[in-house]
Design a protein around this ligand. Structure first.
Ligand code: GLN
Length: 202
């Protein structure tokens, strides 16, 4: 095993959102976290996290920072990627309740509704049973969170929110997404799963 396979370099898209929390979580999960703002920084990573935040702003900054094409290229060539909350929105192939002019990077064959839980309650916690994450249920923090309204072909549903039955965690090949924020709680099992996905690819 090479050094990079052992402790892979995982970028966190650092345009907007809770970048610092993901960088810390990645370090605790056994990889090296690197802030990514430029195409050359994107080229250097073995995997990428798109953080929680505000997807409309993140989308605009992605275009302004000229990261749209480089990101789409790397994602379509199989770069392992993990999006939490706004990051899940960015990875959705189809977006419901988007802001005007808002698009997504795409990559996961899902329809995601923005602010779906947020209309009912701005912020809440819930225990989620997650496929592929051994151990007890995952204590998940939702903040103006989206849900997956429909998961298409090739998408593995990893977990649903128990009170609403809505899908909140999915995987399609090297792409992982959660509607909640595992970076904000101490449980590192989801970041560890992602680090394993990156190790498998690199
Ligand atoms: N509602 C936000 C959006 O549309 C996502 C919220 C979050 O990432 N906590 O981007």
């Amino acid at each position: 095993m090479t050094a990079s396979q052992h402790r892979p370099a995982i970028g966190v898209l650092a345009l907007q959102g809770d970048v610092a929390e993901h960088l810390r979580a990645i370090g605790e999960a056994g990889a090296q976290g690197i802030a990514v703002r430029r195409p050359d920084e994107l080229d250097a990573v073995d995997g990428l996290i798109i953080p929680g935040g505000e997807s409309t702003t993140m989308w605009k900054l992605t275009v302004i920072f000229e990261l749209l094409d480089p990101l789409r290229k790397r994602l379509s060539s199989g770069l392992p990627v993990f999006g939490s909350c706004a990051g899940m929105i960015m990875l959705a192939d189809r977006l419901l309740d988007s802001a005007s002019g808002q698009e997504t990077l795409g990559g996961i064959n899902i329809s995601v509704r923005r602010n779906a839980f947020g209309r009912q309650v701005d912020s809440f916690e819930s225990d989620i049973t997650l496929r592929g994450v051994p151990g007890p249920d995952f204590r998940a923090v939702f903040i103006r969170a989206p849900w997956v309204e429909e998961a298409g072909r090739g998408v593995e549903v990893l977990g649903s929110e128990p009170h609403t039955g809505r899908i909140v965690a999915v995987r399609q090949g090297p792409a992982l997404a959660t509607a909640f924020h595992p970076e904000l709680t101490p449980d590192r099992r989801i970041h560890e799963l992602f680090v394993d996905m990156v190790r498998e690819r690199s």
